[in-house]
Design a protein around this ligand. Sequence first.
Ligand SMILES: *[C@@H]1O[C@H](CO)[C@@H](O)[C@H](O)[C@H]1NC(C)=O
Ligand SMILES: *[C@@H]1O[C@H](CO)[C@@H](O)[C@H](O)[C@H]1NC(C)=O
Length: 259
Amino acid sequence: MATSLLSLSLFLISFPFLPIQTALSSSTDSFVFGGCTQQKYAPDSPYESNLNSLLTSLVNSATYSSYNNFTIVGSSPQDVVYGLYQCRGDLSMPDCATCVARAVTQTGSLCPTSCGGAVQLQGCFIKYDNATFLGIEDKNVVLKKCGPSVEFEKESEIVGGRDAMMAGLMGGGGLFRVGGSGEVQGLAQCVGDLSLAECQDCLSSAIQRLKSECAAAAYGDMYLGKCYARFSTAGDNGHYYPKSHNGKTSQTPLFFYQI
Ligand SMILES: *[C@@H]1O[C@H](CO)[C@@H](O)[C@H](O)[C@H]1NC(C)=O
Ligand SMILES: *[C@@H]1O[C@H](CO)[C@@H](O)[C@H](O)[C@H]1NC(C)=O
């Protein structure tokens, strides 16, 4: 009885905060997508031990840097494992470390014994594999989500605001960019292994796709292999909670990276 009262009151206390969170303050630990390679490693193998060192390195590094990459070389060449993480540019270091630790835990349950895995949470991305992908631009669409169309009367205003905001993101420079125009807000993030020119190229592709594929949508998320761009309209921040929205989502199959 005491327990159920407690959980009920926690629910009542926490619920009112959900709708007022914005793109930038929404729960950084919530799941966006994940994927695993088909290749498996043998339990208790040298590869497993290298992978565990790699994952530990990612979590430790996230306490002091928002991006890092690691290559763990074992005694034999086939046991090498490559990995990186990228925190969203506005996260504090403690939040970055918490997010990466959570992403590591999620890959463990999503991809047990897979040679490679990747998880994107709202606040961070991690990826590891036994084939190198470090420093390689990847513009494949991993996840696309378009919200419902805005009301017809507001369409030109919102699309205009969105295009202005997107132009601001394109001109922003840097790996992490935020922008807003009128009722529209947006953000963009590249993975830190891209050069600034590659980041620009990747974001240009994500933004073009958002404009053409989420034309009059109230919000849109375009996650490519090494960058993403998102926008939302005032009053639509609820969509940052994937379970509570009903927009159209398409995700590539879980084995989304080609090896
Ligand atoms: C990755 O590991 C799998 C399974 O052991 C193996 O078949 C594949 O050749 C490895 N890839 C590389 C690049 O070493
Ligand atoms: C990986 O990390 C090393 C050491 O910090 C750094 O010198 C290198 O530039 C990084 N590579 C990429 C592709 O980010």
